[in-house]
Design a binder for this molecule. Structure first.
Ligand code: PEP
Ligand code: MN
Length: 346
């Protein structure tokens, strides 16, 4: 249940409302979202006549959201969430491509990729500086040095930066260099991190936990939204199944299901979703057919020598070969890439 409050509600009226809810043992949270004041009621006494609250001073509307995720649900907001990252639109009818290596490795590597992406009119570069690795002995990323290199390369080629934030202690540092902060699959259930990311205004790309059900993923998004940050992008990156023929199983059905349940944009990461570069392009196109709003793809100038995820990283020529088909598919459904207006490059 969400109470939308009148913008003109006075502090005294708000206090009265809260006192009444407290007296009746309601559990709720008061939030200011995009200049809208709301009270999210997540627990209320059984048999309570909710209409009696609708009549109280200061309450504009009651929205009965049945799902446990409230702000992420379509019952709260039917229209697709759309926002802008330095002039590039995300969500709605927009389609975005985020590409780059798994990890930032050195200046030469990241500049080569940045130049390549710029040449292909890509707007977002990815690259991990803080890497969540299964082995503590594996390359852990260049950390702050990697963030600086990524930002430098992005600025030289007019790209926006997407990079992972692994811990609350790194939020300030990463947000200084990133335009979009990624939460990795392993951190999807780090609720402390998510609630802190709700307090900043940078967009959050929230990867699906590799063993997370769709409602759990949406509840993770709810942590960010309920902190006051409405700029959340979901990213399907494959789940663990019984089948180890693939690194992960990209859940293509997740795209139409998310569209049914939520207004949040949902991207596809067919690189982690398959673990093998030869499967990345077919699964990227399948995700587009299944209504994803963007792609995140790993591409490396020299995948054989990549310090992480080489086998799933596309060669630059493979990445280039995807673009015409991708655009044709998008155009056939009245959509365009973020580098085009009505099918023309901008
Ligand atoms: C990544 O994008 O580099 C990454 C580690 O992804 P995930 O969290 O999906 O494994
Ligand atoms: Mn990777």
């Amino acid at each position: 249940m969400i109470l939308l409050l009148n913008n003109t509600i006075t502090p005294a009226e708000l206090n009265d409302l809260k006192n009444l809810l407290d007296d009746k043992n309601f559990r709720y949270r008061h939030l200011l979202l995009n200049l809208k004041q709301v009270l999210i009621i997540y627990k209320f006494p059984q048999n309570f006549d909710i209409q009696s609250i609708a009549e109280l001073q200061g309450v504009a509307k009651i929205i009965d959201v049945k799902e446990p995720y409230k702000l992420a649900s379509k019952q709260w907001q039917n229209s697709p969430t759309q926002f802008d990252v330095n002039g590039v639109s995300i969500g709605g009818n927009s389609f975005n491509m985020i590409a780059g290596p798994c990890s930032v490795e050195n200046e030469d590597q990241i500049f080569q990729i940045a130049e390549f992406l710029h040449k292909n009119h890509i707007r977002f570069i990815r690259g991990g500086a803080y890497k969540p690795r299964t082995s503590p002995y594996a390359f852990q990323g260049l950390k702050k040095e990697g963030l600086k290199l990524l930002r430098k390369a992005a600025d030289a080629y007019n790209l926006n930066v997407v990079t992972e934030v692994m811990d609350v202690s790194l939020i300030d540092e990463v947000s200084e260099y990133a335009d979009i902060m990624q939460v990795g699959s392993r951190n999807m259930s780090n609720f402390y991190l998510l609630s802190h990311l709700g307090k900043i205004q940078k967009p959050i790309l929230l990867k699906r936990g590799m063993a997370a059900k769709i409602p759990e993923w949406l509840m993770a998004a709810e942590y960010v939204l309920s902190g006051g940050n409405e700029k959340v992008i979901l990213c399907e990156r494959g789940i663990r199944t019984f089948d180890d023929t693939v690194r992960n199983t990209l859940d293509i059905a997740a795209f139409p299901i998310i569209k049914e349940l939520s207004h949040l944009p949902v991207f596809s990461d067919p690189s982690h979703g398959t673990g093998n570069r030869d499967r990345v392009i077919p699964m990227a196109l399948a995700s587009v057919a299944a209504s994803c709003d963007g792609l995140m793809i790993e591409v490396h100038p020299n995948p054989e020598n990549a310090m992480s995820d080489g086998p799933q990283s596309l060669y630059p020529h493979q990445f280039e070969s995807l673009l015409p088909t991708l655009k044709t598919m998008l155009h056939s459904t009245g959509r365009v890439m973020d580098c085009e207006v009505e099918g023309q490059l901008i």
